[in-house]
Design a protein around this ligand. Sequence first.
Ligand SMILES: Nc1ncnc2c1ncn2[C@@H]1O[C@H](COP(=O)(O)OP(=O)(O)O)[C@@H](O)[C@H]1O
Ligand SMILES: Nc1ccn([C@H]2C[C@H](O)[C@@H](COP(=O)(O)OP(=O)(O)O)O2)c(=O)n1
Ligand SMILES: [Mg+2]
Length: 239
Amino acid sequence: MWRRVASVFTLLAPSRSSVLNKVPHNLKFLEVFATEVMTPTEDGVLSKVKTPFITFVLGGPGSGKGTQCLKIVESFGFTHLSAGDLLRKETSTNAKFCDMINDTIKEGGIVPSELTVKLIQGAIDSSENYKFLIDGFPRSEENRSAFEKITGAEPNIVLFFDCPEEEMVRRVLSRNEGRLDDNIDTMKKRLKTFTALSLPVINYYSEKGKLLKINAVGTEDEVFEQVRPVFAKYEKEIR
Ligand SMILES: Nc1ncnc2c1ncn2[C@@H]1O[C@H](COP(=O)(O)OP(=O)(O)O)[C@@H](O)[C@H]1O
Ligand SMILES: Nc1ccn([C@H]2C[C@H](O)[C@@H](COP(=O)(O)OP(=O)(O)O)O2)c(=O)n1
Ligand SMILES: [Mg+2]
């Protein structure tokens, strides 16, 4: 019998009730790509459960992360969680943080990690899926360490969309989604933030051997032809 583990974040952090810590503590199951575990149900019967498969999707602003995530969802059935989308949604539902989030986004900064991790954790926990694309996160070492500390989890793989600055600027300025950060002043600040805070995270995963670098220049389909084999390789873990 298949069932999804109750909550991703209960798998590794026993003090919190979330899917990631339903599996024995410190097992580092995400690194060994285990996708099924035997877990006792309330009546004591052992049943197979799927463990989460987490992909971080990184790249500068306008590099095409969101666009490629939609294609990955279509082909491989992932749930797409964009940190930016979660924060923008929060501005319409949470009056307390609305101004802080909007100001940070407009200034090209990064929202305090605790809030972003909480939103990601909540979205994972309320999903029935077990495979997730976490898009635009972690964007700083602080983001990364907060995620690890709060959830006890690590990504299975990390995609990095590598795109020249001029191309990112061109794409952002013609994105036309009415976003308050899609203007040249914010974009300049975002590129500085990317270099100063996000590139170190990308280097961290590269050194760990988890980074899969994708050339983001080309048509959407051409870029996806580089992405597809990455997930095809993990077919056993994500089917
Ligand atoms: N390969 C591509 N070539 C040209 N334009 C693209 C490509 N991929 C995405 N875009 C466009 O560039 C803009 C930014 O893409 P998006 O997916 O929102 O990037 P990100 O999420 O990394 O900021 C969007 O208007 C999108 O339609
Ligand atoms: N981990 C994150 C992700 C996004 N944000 C904020 C700051 C970012 O500039 C905005 C927009 O992020 P989003 O991923 O939607 O932006 P792009 O798709 O890369 O253009 O949200 C954040 O503070 N922390
Ligand atoms: Mg995006």
